[in-house]
Design a protein around this ligand. Structure first.
Ligand SMILES: Cc1ncc(COP(=O)(O)O)c(C=O)c1O
Length: 407
Protein backbone atom coordinates (compact mmCIF):
# COMPACT_ATOMS: atom_id res chain seq x y z
CA UNK A 1 0.00 0.00 0.00
CA UNK A 2 1.72 3.23 -1.11
CA UNK A 3 0.01 5.26 1.63
CA UNK A 4 1.51 3.03 4.32
CA UNK A 5 5.01 3.82 3.10
CA UNK A 6 4.27 7.51 3.14
CA UNK A 7 2.67 7.31 6.60
CA UNK A 8 5.77 5.50 7.92
CA UNK A 9 8.14 8.08 6.46
CA UNK A 10 6.09 10.97 7.86
CA UNK A 11 5.86 9.28 11.29
CA UNK A 12 9.65 8.96 11.32
CA UNK A 13 10.01 12.67 10.50
CA UNK A 14 7.58 13.59 13.27
CA UNK A 15 9.53 11.36 15.67
CA UNK A 16 12.74 13.26 14.85
CA UNK A 17 11.03 16.61 15.40
CA UNK A 18 9.57 15.36 18.68
CA UNK A 19 12.98 14.16 19.92
CA UNK A 20 14.47 17.54 19.08
CA UNK A 21 11.61 19.23 20.98
CA UNK A 22 10.45 20.97 17.80
CA UNK A 23 6.97 19.45 17.47
CA UNK A 24 4.12 21.92 17.56
CA UNK A 25 1.78 21.22 20.47
CA UNK A 26 -1.92 20.47 20.16
CA UNK A 27 -4.04 23.30 18.80
CA UNK A 28 -6.21 25.31 21.16
CA UNK A 29 -9.75 25.24 19.84
CA UNK A 30 -11.64 28.46 20.50
CA UNK A 31 -15.29 27.79 21.19
CA UNK A 32 -16.80 31.03 22.43
CA UNK A 33 -16.46 34.79 22.77
CA UNK A 34 -17.45 36.82 25.82
CA UNK A 35 -18.12 40.42 24.81
CA UNK A 36 -16.27 43.37 26.37
CA UNK A 37 -17.40 44.35 29.88
CA UNK A 38 -16.33 46.28 32.99
CA UNK A 39 -13.36 48.00 31.34
CA UNK A 40 -12.09 44.78 29.77
CA UNK A 41 -11.98 43.80 26.11
CA UNK A 42 -13.38 40.51 24.80
CA UNK A 43 -12.45 37.19 26.38
CA UNK A 44 -12.34 33.81 24.64
CA UNK A 45 -13.29 30.28 25.67
CA UNK A 46 -11.20 27.25 24.76
CA UNK A 47 -12.41 23.68 24.39
CA UNK A 48 -11.44 21.61 27.42
CA UNK A 49 -10.88 24.68 29.63
CA UNK A 50 -14.48 25.02 30.81
CA UNK A 51 -15.62 28.58 31.41
CA UNK A 52 -12.13 29.98 32.03
CA UNK A 53 -11.92 33.27 30.09
CA UNK A 54 -8.74 33.96 28.08
CA UNK A 55 -7.30 37.31 27.05
CA UNK A 56 -6.13 36.81 23.48
CA UNK A 57 -2.77 38.43 22.82
CA UNK A 58 -1.83 36.27 19.86
CA UNK A 59 -4.32 37.34 17.19
CA UNK A 60 -3.69 39.41 14.06
CA UNK A 61 -6.99 41.22 14.54
CA UNK A 62 -5.10 44.45 15.23
CA UNK A 63 -8.08 46.79 14.88
CA UNK A 64 -10.63 44.51 16.51
CA UNK A 65 -12.61 44.47 13.24
CA UNK A 66 -13.55 40.79 13.37
CA UNK A 67 -15.93 41.43 16.28
CA UNK A 68 -17.22 44.82 15.08
CA UNK A 69 -20.98 44.83 14.75
CA UNK A 70 -20.94 46.83 11.50
CA UNK A 71 -18.52 44.35 9.89
CA UNK A 72 -20.54 41.32 11.03
CA UNK A 73 -23.76 42.97 9.81
CA UNK A 74 -22.22 43.64 6.38
CA UNK A 75 -21.18 39.98 6.16
CA UNK A 76 -24.63 38.76 7.26
CA UNK A 77 -26.45 40.97 4.77
CA UNK A 78 -24.25 39.92 1.85
CA UNK A 79 -24.56 36.21 2.75
CA UNK A 80 -28.35 36.62 2.77
CA UNK A 81 -28.31 38.42 -0.58
CA UNK A 82 -25.70 36.40 -2.47
CA UNK A 83 -25.34 33.03 -0.68
CA UNK A 84 -22.64 31.36 1.38
CA UNK A 85 -20.00 30.91 -1.35
CA UNK A 86 -19.00 32.30 -4.76
CA UNK A 87 -19.99 29.10 -6.60
CA UNK A 88 -17.34 29.35 -9.31
CA UNK A 89 -13.94 30.75 -10.15
CA UNK A 90 -13.81 34.40 -11.09
CA UNK A 91 -13.85 34.16 -14.89
CA UNK A 92 -16.67 31.59 -15.07
CA UNK A 93 -19.44 33.01 -12.89
CA UNK A 94 -17.81 33.60 -9.50
CA UNK A 95 -17.37 37.37 -9.66
CA UNK A 96 -20.01 39.08 -7.52
CA UNK A 97 -20.65 42.76 -7.08
CA UNK A 98 -19.08 42.83 -3.56
CA UNK A 99 -15.81 41.50 -5.08
CA UNK A 100 -15.70 44.27 -7.66
CA UNK A 101 -16.68 46.93 -5.13
CA UNK A 102 -13.98 45.71 -2.72
CA UNK A 103 -11.32 45.79 -5.44
CA UNK A 104 -12.23 49.37 -6.29
CA UNK A 105 -12.14 50.27 -2.61
CA UNK A 106 -8.73 48.64 -2.11
CA UNK A 107 -7.29 50.41 -5.15
CA UNK A 108 -8.59 53.75 -3.86
CA UNK A 109 -7.37 52.99 -0.31
CA UNK A 110 -3.83 52.45 -1.62
CA UNK A 111 -4.08 55.21 -4.28
CA UNK A 112 -3.46 52.76 -7.11
CA UNK A 113 -5.30 52.22 -10.40
CA UNK A 114 -6.45 48.67 -9.61
CA UNK A 115 -6.43 45.75 -7.19
CA UNK A 116 -7.34 42.08 -7.31
CA UNK A 117 -8.37 39.88 -4.42
CA UNK A 118 -7.07 36.36 -3.81
CA UNK A 119 -8.21 33.68 -1.37
CA UNK A 120 -5.31 34.63 0.95
CA UNK A 121 -2.12 36.70 0.95
CA UNK A 122 -0.21 33.41 0.86
CA UNK A 123 -2.00 32.48 -2.38
CA UNK A 124 -1.45 35.99 -3.72
CA UNK A 125 2.34 35.76 -3.26
CA UNK A 126 2.45 32.19 -4.64
CA UNK A 127 0.44 33.31 -7.66
CA UNK A 128 2.34 36.53 -8.22
CA UNK A 129 6.07 35.89 -7.86
CA UNK A 130 6.42 33.04 -10.40
CA UNK A 131 4.64 35.23 -12.99
CA UNK A 132 7.25 37.95 -12.52
CA UNK A 133 10.23 35.67 -13.01
CA UNK A 134 11.68 35.10 -16.49
CA UNK A 135 14.70 32.94 -17.34
CA UNK A 136 16.92 35.97 -16.83
CA UNK A 137 15.49 37.31 -13.59
CA UNK A 138 17.28 37.81 -10.29
CA UNK A 139 15.15 37.62 -7.16
CA UNK A 140 16.65 39.41 -4.17
CA UNK A 141 14.98 38.73 -0.83
CA UNK A 142 15.37 39.72 2.85
CA UNK A 143 16.50 36.77 4.99
CA UNK A 144 13.52 37.12 7.36
CA UNK A 145 10.84 37.20 4.67
CA UNK A 146 7.65 35.24 5.32
CA UNK A 147 7.48 31.56 4.41
CA UNK A 148 5.13 32.26 1.45
CA UNK A 149 7.83 34.39 -0.20
CA UNK A 150 10.46 31.69 0.36
CA UNK A 151 8.19 29.04 -1.18
CA UNK A 152 7.19 31.31 -4.08
CA UNK A 153 10.85 31.95 -4.93
CA UNK A 154 11.55 28.18 -4.91
CA UNK A 155 8.59 27.63 -7.22
CA UNK A 156 9.72 30.43 -9.54
CA UNK A 157 13.31 29.05 -9.79
CA UNK A 158 14.90 32.35 -10.87
CA UNK A 159 18.24 32.50 -12.69
CA UNK A 160 19.73 34.15 -9.60
CA UNK A 161 18.43 33.99 -6.04
CA UNK A 162 20.09 36.27 -3.51
CA UNK A 163 19.20 36.52 0.17
CA UNK A 164 20.43 39.64 1.95
CA UNK A 165 20.92 40.06 5.69
CA UNK A 166 17.81 41.38 7.42
CA UNK A 167 17.33 45.06 6.47
CA UNK A 168 20.94 45.34 5.20
CA UNK A 169 20.73 47.92 2.42
CA UNK A 170 24.45 47.69 1.65
CA UNK A 171 24.08 43.99 0.91
CA UNK A 172 20.94 44.57 -1.14
CA UNK A 173 22.87 47.10 -3.23
CA UNK A 174 25.72 44.63 -3.76
CA UNK A 175 23.23 41.92 -4.80
CA UNK A 176 21.74 44.29 -7.37
CA UNK A 177 25.14 45.23 -8.78
CA UNK A 178 26.32 41.63 -9.00
CA UNK A 179 23.17 40.25 -10.63
CA UNK A 180 22.98 43.13 -13.13
CA UNK A 181 25.96 41.50 -14.90
CA UNK A 182 23.91 38.46 -15.98
CA UNK A 183 20.21 39.27 -15.49
CA UNK A 184 17.79 41.46 -17.42
CA UNK A 185 15.28 41.91 -14.59
CA UNK A 186 15.54 42.20 -10.81
CA UNK A 187 12.72 41.53 -8.38
CA UNK A 188 13.41 42.86 -4.89
CA UNK A 189 10.96 41.26 -2.49
CA UNK A 190 10.42 42.05 1.16
CA UNK A 191 7.87 41.91 3.93
CA UNK A 192 6.67 45.42 4.81
CA UNK A 193 6.35 44.64 8.52
CA UNK A 194 8.13 41.46 9.64
CA UNK A 195 5.66 39.33 11.52
CA UNK A 196 7.97 37.88 14.17
CA UNK A 197 9.49 41.13 15.36
CA UNK A 198 7.14 43.92 14.31
CA UNK A 199 10.02 45.79 12.63
CA UNK A 200 9.69 47.08 9.08
CA UNK A 201 11.63 47.32 5.83
CA UNK A 202 13.00 50.79 4.93
CA UNK A 203 10.77 51.00 1.86
CA UNK A 204 11.79 54.60 1.16
CA UNK A 205 15.43 53.53 0.81
CA UNK A 206 14.59 50.33 -1.08
CA UNK A 207 12.57 52.32 -3.64
CA UNK A 208 15.38 54.87 -4.10
CA UNK A 209 17.87 52.05 -4.56
CA UNK A 210 15.64 50.21 -7.03
CA UNK A 211 15.08 53.33 -9.14
CA UNK A 212 18.82 54.02 -9.16
CA UNK A 213 19.41 50.53 -10.62
CA UNK A 214 16.51 50.48 -13.10
CA UNK A 215 18.85 51.21 -16.00
CA UNK A 216 21.28 48.49 -14.95
CA UNK A 217 18.63 45.88 -15.86
CA UNK A 218 17.08 45.94 -19.35
CA UNK A 219 13.65 45.27 -17.81
CA UNK A 220 14.16 47.25 -14.63
CA UNK A 221 14.36 46.55 -10.89
CA UNK A 222 10.88 45.90 -9.50
CA UNK A 223 10.00 46.13 -5.81
CA UNK A 224 7.39 43.69 -4.45
CA UNK A 225 6.25 44.24 -0.87
CA UNK A 226 4.08 41.93 1.22
CA UNK A 227 2.75 44.22 3.95
CA UNK A 228 0.22 41.79 5.42
CA UNK A 229 1.10 42.82 8.98
CA UNK A 230 1.57 46.52 8.23
CA UNK A 231 -1.61 47.53 6.43
CA UNK A 232 -4.20 48.59 8.97
CA UNK A 233 -1.67 48.53 11.81
CA UNK A 234 1.12 50.96 10.96
CA UNK A 235 1.21 54.52 9.66
CA UNK A 236 -0.85 57.58 10.61
CA UNK A 237 -3.84 56.37 8.57
CA UNK A 238 -3.08 52.64 8.58
CA UNK A 239 -1.57 52.45 5.09
CA UNK A 240 1.27 50.35 6.48
CA UNK A 241 5.04 50.43 6.05
CA UNK A 242 4.79 52.49 2.86
CA UNK A 243 3.11 55.31 4.75
CA UNK A 244 5.25 54.90 7.87
CA UNK A 245 8.53 55.19 5.94
CA UNK A 246 7.13 57.97 3.67
CA UNK A 247 8.04 55.86 0.67
CA UNK A 248 6.84 56.51 -2.84
CA UNK A 249 4.34 53.78 -3.82
CA UNK A 250 6.13 50.45 -4.18
CA UNK A 251 5.80 48.75 -7.57
CA UNK A 252 3.60 45.87 -6.41
CA UNK A 253 1.94 45.70 -3.02
CA UNK A 254 0.45 42.52 -1.52
CA UNK A 255 -1.51 42.44 1.73
CA UNK A 256 -4.14 40.45 3.56
CA UNK A 257 -7.76 40.98 4.53
CA UNK A 258 -7.28 38.47 7.34
CA UNK A 259 -5.32 40.51 9.88
CA UNK A 260 -6.09 44.18 10.67
CA UNK A 261 -9.23 44.07 8.49
CA UNK A 262 -10.43 41.12 10.55
CA UNK A 263 -11.95 39.03 7.73
CA UNK A 264 -10.21 36.67 5.30
CA UNK A 265 -8.46 36.81 1.93
CA UNK A 266 -5.52 38.59 0.31
CA UNK A 267 -4.95 41.08 -2.47
CA UNK A 268 -2.45 42.54 -4.87
CA UNK A 269 -2.44 46.13 -5.94
CA UNK A 270 -1.75 45.85 -9.67
CA UNK A 271 -3.24 43.87 -12.58
CA UNK A 272 -3.32 40.11 -11.93
CA UNK A 273 -5.71 37.21 -12.35
CA UNK A 274 -6.15 33.67 -10.85
CA UNK A 275 -8.00 30.40 -11.56
CA UNK A 276 -9.39 29.67 -8.11
CA UNK A 277 -12.52 30.48 -6.14
CA UNK A 278 -12.42 34.00 -4.75
CA UNK A 279 -13.33 34.80 -1.15
CA UNK A 280 -17.07 34.76 -0.54
CA UNK A 281 -19.21 37.78 -1.50
CA UNK A 282 -20.00 38.12 2.22
CA UNK A 283 -16.32 38.20 3.16
CA UNK A 284 -15.78 40.85 0.47
CA UNK A 285 -18.64 42.94 1.88
CA UNK A 286 -17.27 42.57 5.43
CA UNK A 287 -13.74 43.56 4.36
CA UNK A 288 -15.16 46.55 2.47
CA UNK A 289 -16.92 47.69 5.64
CA UNK A 290 -13.71 47.23 7.67
CA UNK A 291 -11.80 49.46 5.22
CA UNK A 292 -14.55 52.10 5.38
CA UNK A 293 -14.34 52.03 9.18
CA UNK A 294 -10.55 52.39 9.13
CA UNK A 295 -10.90 55.31 6.74
CA UNK A 296 -13.26 57.19 9.07
CA UNK A 297 -12.62 59.32 12.19
CA UNK A 298 -13.46 56.17 14.14
CA UNK A 299 -10.59 54.39 12.37
CA UNK A 300 -8.13 57.11 13.35
CA UNK A 301 -9.19 56.74 17.01
CA UNK A 302 -8.75 52.96 16.75
CA UNK A 303 -5.21 53.47 15.43
CA UNK A 304 -4.46 55.98 18.17
CA UNK A 305 -5.74 53.59 20.85
CA UNK A 306 -3.75 50.74 19.29
CA UNK A 307 -0.55 52.82 19.43
CA UNK A 308 -1.25 53.83 23.04
CA UNK A 309 -1.86 50.22 24.15
CA UNK A 310 1.28 49.03 22.32
CA UNK A 311 3.38 51.77 23.96
CA UNK A 312 1.87 50.96 27.39
CA UNK A 313 2.69 47.28 27.01
CA UNK A 314 6.23 47.80 25.70
CA UNK A 315 7.01 50.32 28.46
CA UNK A 316 5.74 47.74 30.98
CA UNK A 317 8.02 45.06 29.54
CA UNK A 318 11.03 47.36 29.85
CA UNK A 319 10.02 48.32 33.41
CA UNK A 320 9.90 44.64 34.35
CA UNK A 321 13.41 44.10 32.96
CA UNK A 322 12.39 42.13 29.87
CA UNK A 323 14.04 42.67 26.51
CA UNK A 324 11.82 43.92 23.69
CA UNK A 325 12.34 45.65 20.33
CA UNK A 326 11.56 49.31 19.74
CA UNK A 327 8.80 50.33 17.34
CA UNK A 328 5.16 51.32 17.05
CA UNK A 329 3.83 48.17 15.42
CA UNK A 330 1.45 46.13 17.63
CA UNK A 331 3.64 43.03 17.41
CA UNK A 332 5.43 43.35 20.75
CA UNK A 333 8.14 40.72 21.16
CA UNK A 334 9.40 39.68 24.57
CA UNK A 335 12.82 38.42 23.59
CA UNK A 336 13.90 35.44 25.73
CA UNK A 337 16.79 34.12 23.59
CA UNK A 338 16.09 30.72 25.14
CA UNK A 339 13.64 27.92 24.25
CA UNK A 340 13.03 26.60 27.77
CA UNK A 341 12.36 30.09 29.13
CA UNK A 342 9.99 30.77 26.26
CA UNK A 343 7.99 27.61 26.93
CA UNK A 344 7.89 28.26 30.71
CA UNK A 345 6.64 31.83 30.23
CA UNK A 346 3.99 30.83 27.68
CA UNK A 347 2.70 28.13 30.05
CA UNK A 348 2.67 30.52 33.00
CA UNK A 349 0.67 33.09 31.01
CA UNK A 350 -1.79 30.46 29.87
CA UNK A 351 -2.36 29.40 33.47
CA UNK A 352 -3.10 33.07 34.13
CA UNK A 353 -5.61 33.11 31.25
CA UNK A 354 -3.46 34.90 28.66
CA UNK A 355 -2.89 33.49 25.19
CA UNK A 356 0.45 34.34 23.53
CA UNK A 357 2.72 32.68 20.98
CA UNK A 358 6.16 31.34 21.85
CA UNK A 359 8.52 31.41 18.89
CA UNK A 360 11.42 28.98 19.08
CA UNK A 361 13.82 27.43 16.56
CA UNK A 362 13.26 26.72 13.64
CA UNK A 363 10.54 29.39 13.37
CA UNK A 364 13.17 31.93 14.48
CA UNK A 365 16.97 31.46 14.45
CA UNK A 366 18.53 29.99 17.62
CA UNK A 367 19.26 32.82 20.03
CA UNK A 368 16.32 34.90 18.74
CA UNK A 369 13.66 32.96 20.69
CA UNK A 370 10.83 35.21 21.79
CA UNK A 371 7.24 35.44 22.91
CA UNK A 372 5.14 37.34 20.42
CA UNK A 373 2.46 39.49 21.99
CA UNK A 374 0.03 41.05 19.54
CA UNK A 375 -1.79 44.09 20.79
CA UNK A 376 -5.25 44.89 19.46
CA UNK A 377 -7.49 47.94 19.52
CA UNK A 378 -9.89 45.57 21.36
CA UNK A 379 -7.53 45.59 24.37
CA UNK A 380 -8.13 48.07 27.17
CA UNK A 381 -5.57 49.55 29.56
CA UNK A 382 -6.87 47.06 32.17
CA UNK A 383 -6.16 44.16 29.78
CA UNK A 384 -2.60 45.37 29.15
CA UNK A 385 -2.03 45.81 32.88
CA UNK A 386 -3.42 42.34 33.61
CA UNK A 387 -0.87 40.86 31.20
CA UNK A 388 1.91 42.88 32.83
CA UNK A 389 0.87 41.71 36.31
CA UNK A 390 1.06 38.10 35.13
CA UNK A 391 4.47 38.79 33.60
CA UNK A 392 5.71 40.49 36.77
CA UNK A 393 5.28 37.18 38.61
CA UNK A 394 7.94 35.71 36.31
CA UNK A 395 10.04 38.82 35.81
CA UNK A 396 12.48 38.42 38.66
CA UNK A 397 13.26 34.82 37.87
CA UNK A 398 13.61 35.78 34.20
CA UNK A 399 16.03 38.64 34.86
CA UNK A 400 18.10 36.43 37.20
CA UNK A 401 18.32 33.75 34.50
CA UNK A 402 19.26 36.25 31.80
CA UNK A 403 22.02 37.71 34.02
CA UNK A 404 23.32 34.24 34.89
CA UNK A 405 23.55 33.47 31.15
CA UNK A 406 25.73 36.54 30.58
CA UNK A 407 28.46 35.21 32.93
C1 LIG B 1 4.12 38.63 5.25
C2 LIG B 1 2.95 37.69 5.30
N1 LIG B 1 2.40 37.28 4.15
C3 LIG B 1 1.34 36.45 4.14
C4 LIG B 1 0.78 35.99 5.31
C5 LIG B 1 -0.39 35.07 5.23
O1 LIG B 1 -1.56 35.81 5.11
P1 LIG B 1 -2.92 35.03 4.74
O2 LIG B 1 -3.42 34.46 6.01
O3 LIG B 1 -3.82 36.05 4.14
O4 LIG B 1 -2.53 33.98 3.75
C6 LIG B 1 1.32 36.39 6.53
C7 LIG B 1 0.71 35.91 7.78
O5 LIG B 1 1.21 35.30 8.61
C8 LIG B 1 2.44 37.25 6.53
O6 LIG B 1 3.01 37.64 7.67
Amino acid sequence: MPMQGLAKALAAQLGELSQAGLLKGAESVLCGVIGPREGHGPRFLIEGEGDKPFLRMNANNYLGMSLREEVIDAEDAAATNYGAGPGAVRFISGTWSPHVALERRLAAFHSRPSAIIFSSAYAAIMGLIPQLVSKKTAVISDELNHNCIINAISLAAPAEKRIYKHLDMGELERCLDETAKSCTRAIIVTDGVFSMRGDHAPLDRIMTLARSRDNAFAEGAIVVVDDSHGVGALGATGRGAEEYTRSVPVDILVATLGKAFGVNGGYVVGDFYVYSNPITPAEAAAAHKAIDLLDSPDGLSLLEHLRAMTARFKAGLVRLGFETLPGEHPVAPLVTRDSARTVALVEHLRRRGILVTGLTYPVVPRGDEEIRFQISADHTAADIDAALVALAEMAEANVRLARAKQF
